[in-house]
Design a protein around this ligand. Sequence first.
Ligand code: PEP
Ligand code: MG
Length: 577
Amino acid sequence: MALLLNGMGVSRGIAIGPVYILHRNQHEIVEQKIDKKNIAKEVKRFKTAHRTAKKQLQKIGKDIPSESPDDISTFIETHLLMLDDTMMSSSPIEIIKQNQCNAEWALKLQTDAIVKVFQSMDDPYIATRQDDVKHVFNHIMEALVTGGKSQSVDASEKWKDRIVIADDLTPADTMIMQHAGVAGFVTEMGGPLSHTAILARSLNIPAIVGLSDARLYLNRGESLVIDGSSGLVLAEPDDLSIDHFHKRQRAMRRKTKELRKLNDAKSRAKSGENITLLANIEVEDDLKHLRKINAAGVGLYRTEFLYLQENKIPNEEEHYKTYVRVIRALRGAPLTIRTVDLGADKEIDAVTLGPLAHNPAMGLRGIRLCLHDPALIVPQLRAILRASAKGPIKIMFPMLTTVSELLQAKQLLETTKEALRSKGIKFDEKIPVGGMIEVPAAAISASHFAEHLDFLSIGTNDLIQYTLAIDRIDDQVNYLYDPLNPAVLSLIKMIIDAGNKHKIPVTMCGEMAGNPSYTRVLLGLGLREFSMPPNSILEIKNVLRQTRLSAVRRPALGFLHYSEKTKQTTMLDKINS
Ligand code: PEP
Ligand code: MG
């Protein structure tokens, strides 16, 4: 009989195939007391296992094929660094000596302590780093238990066309499985920010995570369908369902293949107007996708990831080197660098807002935080300016609420320019300065902001959050999320009109810009520049190439009058037909 389960879909695509249950790392770890005279022997056993784990990881690192994404080698390097850290190399030895216990127990005690620290962190990105600690623990434990004779996943096992069900997968496991042609995977642990999820997306493997007890419900060899977008897992599907999913799978493949033909096509509406399609990037790795799809440049570089990755404030040189690498990779295409937007859900240890911030999304974040503590932004401004001598860079300030904030930020920029000038350091004297309009107050007075700026950029993620009063990370109010709400669309239109009035470009860089359902509405409201995740660009290009701008103007304005879902759906179907 068919069984329907639901997990968290983290990597798009449908996989159909037999189940492969991966049982491992399930050694029962018990405490054993070790005689004083045998402690040295136990320490030696730990050191040997540690060495073996290191050699195995180094070998995996060397065997990574050159065409694999950089993510993979980064993961392996991170694990090697953790393995070498005293917390994993010498602390367990201290525990063996102090507690007079076996190496396995000492390693477990030490790992549990580290994982506990990671779990207590509020930042979801940092919290998921506990996965790395567990992976490193597994590598050493495997070597301890098996005397170094086993690898985490045997490369010779037959993964081809199978859907692997596991507690969790290490990056090395995932890579080995992808090379062997795995169809997809489901893990019991992990979230959308876990390494497994990140890697699955970059390797294009349909994947579902966080399906607790998946290995209890599913059986080896039974047939399975997984949908990596919705998180659906269907075991023992009937012929009709298999047929349905095969059709969907073929349709998705055809669509991706078709879209690839647009790589070199102009982003031009059917009626002839050029539309600018830019990419949003968070980390340097995202640039690889850009080259393939010919984006016109980067419309939003979220630089806070530089702070989050290292959990510290980068110094000027670190900023500078990164920006120069990015601008070189863009080969002449413009790069819009958003100054750091920390606060709310993006915090680092050095900048925590503490218990006084009852509502951090409305607290000291973005430009407010930087004006409060200029040491956060000045090294970044210096680095951006210096990098602007190497290629076309624009500066963008986030979370502006009042014009006076903008003027203070510009003053800070001027002072920084003056300091560089006095030292004879080169930079682009005419570097364009833009502002993110993502607070309703700024949207309503967008015209005043436009007087002082070279471009405006609409941040719909926050604009929707603040306009509809829905916390963007609270899943209990997700049902209210509605980019087509007339209040939101009216604000978007006000911003576009303000840009037109002052003859400055207006870009949209929130998620709405990358959703093909809204492209025609936005074109109809007058938007001509879109910035989005790189893998949405071809889909949006496809829509706009089939759109006559004069035909969508009037229907788009119609959306300003209706908030009823049924009415919106009918109108959306009509404008998109
Ligand atoms: C936005 O708010 O729409 C935006 C692009 O910024 P972020 O998602 O980084 O807050
Ligand atoms: Mg924002």
